[in-house]
Design a protein around this ligand. Structure first.
Ligand code: PLP
Length: 386
């Protein structure tokens, strides 16, 4: 059988060789604790500081504005809860976000509502873009912070984050963006874009799972999620994971340096894939096709099939994809993202997400395009027999 084809880069990516190489010494001789004052500790401190400088440079940030975390989810939690707990004391208790956020934001906004805050959801249009008028209406002088994801993980829609951040700040609210799917896909620069907080995750860009970072603009106060030592200026206690910080720095540098070339490559592959599928399965629907989209995500519904049958058929053909977002695979409720952009439940239930990345080649796309119609026919047979 031919080599398996991995089309699930929005779920996670393979660790880059350069990242693993840069991390390896910290699992060996360079094992020191960066808080120790002896030479082992000092060596670890230097590596950690350097990693922080490198991540900061990738974001246009100052090194003291970068806080390392354990993942994108933690970064989002820290941003929303931490900022809201400061802001509510100033008479600002509302959190404004969108119905298409990742659960790492949506579930925190729900949680904030249980702690006495208010959750306000800005509607999005059929392409998943935030409704500007509703945003302006919902952000007012009781708003603690707004949280709008830069790139959606299920449909790829890019939000006009710099403009939204500017409008939120004009009303005295803080602005957070979940940039977990955006790093390496859109230009991020804290020097010219007015967001206050920005979350990234290592495993979406070629670093291992279990590392992330939160950009916290100078002057923005957060109540820490955890209590303990004074690491990371008291923002995040716990002995720092030097190896992971180094890995994130190397991965982020590659993602940023390769962004334009890699995005052009992925866009061409994605357009070829979508074009071939639509030519051979004319009733297939590519969600948010009219949106400004990041090039790595394609979300397609095939009427008369269901996601699970399609995923199974693809898997048997050696093609790894997912339904909606990975955390929701196996659940029968339709994707909250597709629901929010107005996709009917039956169509949403037949959606699959094909996400491209470093592993994706021309030959992969040609093979998927070639086998797709037969897989649809098979899945349709299963669906109609059920
Ligand atoms: N936000 C978005 C948009 C994501 O795609 C993900 C991962 O799927 C996360 C947050 C969570 O990141 P992590 O898996 O590092 O916790």
């Amino acid at each position: 059988m031919a080599d398996p084809i991995y089309l699930d880069h929005a779920a996670t990516t393979p660790v880059r060789a350069e990242v693993l190489e840069a991390m390896t010494p910290f699992f060996g001789a360079r094992f020191g604790n960066p808080s120790s004052t002896h030479r082992f500790g000092r060596e670890a401190r230097v590596a950690l500081d350097e990693a922080r400088e490198r991540v900061a440079a990738c974001l246009g940030a100052h090194p003291d504005e970068v806080c390392f975390t354990s993942c994108g989810t933690e970064s989002d939690n820290m941003a929303l809860l931490g900022a809201w707990r400061v802001q509510r004391g100033r008479g600002r208790g509302a959190v404004v976000t969108t119905p298409i956020e990742h659960k790492a934001v949506l579930a925190v906004a729900h949680h904030i509502a249980t702690e006495g805050g208010e959750e306000r959801l800005v509607p999005v249009d059929a392409n998943g873009r935030v409704d500007d008028a509703a945003f302006d209406r919902l952000v007012d002088d009781t708003t603690a912070l707004c949280s709008v994801m830069w790139v959606n993980n299920e449909i790829g829609t890019i939000q006009p984050v710099p403009a939204l951040a500017g409008r939120a700040k004009a009303r005295g609210a803080l602005f957070h963006t979940d940039a977990v799917q955006a790093l390496g896909k859109v230009a991020i620069d804290a020097r010219t874009q007015p967001f206050d907080l920005l979350a990234i995750s290592g495993h979406k860009i070629g670093a291992p799972k279990g590392v992330g970072a939160l950009f916290v603009r100078r002057g923005v106060a957060l109540v820490p999620l955890m209590h303990g030592g004074a690491q990371d200026r008291g923002r995040r206690p716990g002995t720092e994971n030097v190896a992971m910080a180094v890995g994130l720095a190397v991965a982020a540098e590659h993602a940023v340096a390769e962004r334009e070339v890699e995005c052009a490559r992925l866009r061409a592959l994605r357009d070829r894939l979508e074009g071939a599928i639509l030519a051979r399965v004319p009733d297939a629907v590519v969600h948010a096709r009219g949106a400004e989209r990041a090039p790595h995500v394609s979300n397609i519904s095939v009427p008369g099939t269901d996601s699970e049958s399609m995923l199974m058929a693809l898997d048997l053909a050696g093609i790894a994809a997912s339904a909606g977002s990975a955390c929701q695979s196996g659940s029968v409720t339709p994707s909250h993202v597709l629901t929010a952009i107005g996709v009917p439940a039956a169509l949403a239930a037949s959606s699959i997400r094909l996400s491209l990345g470093a592993l994706t080649t021309d030959a992969d796309i040609a093979r998927v395009a070639e086998v797709f119609p037969a897989l649809v026919a098979k899945a349709r047979g299963v669906a109609s027999a059920a």
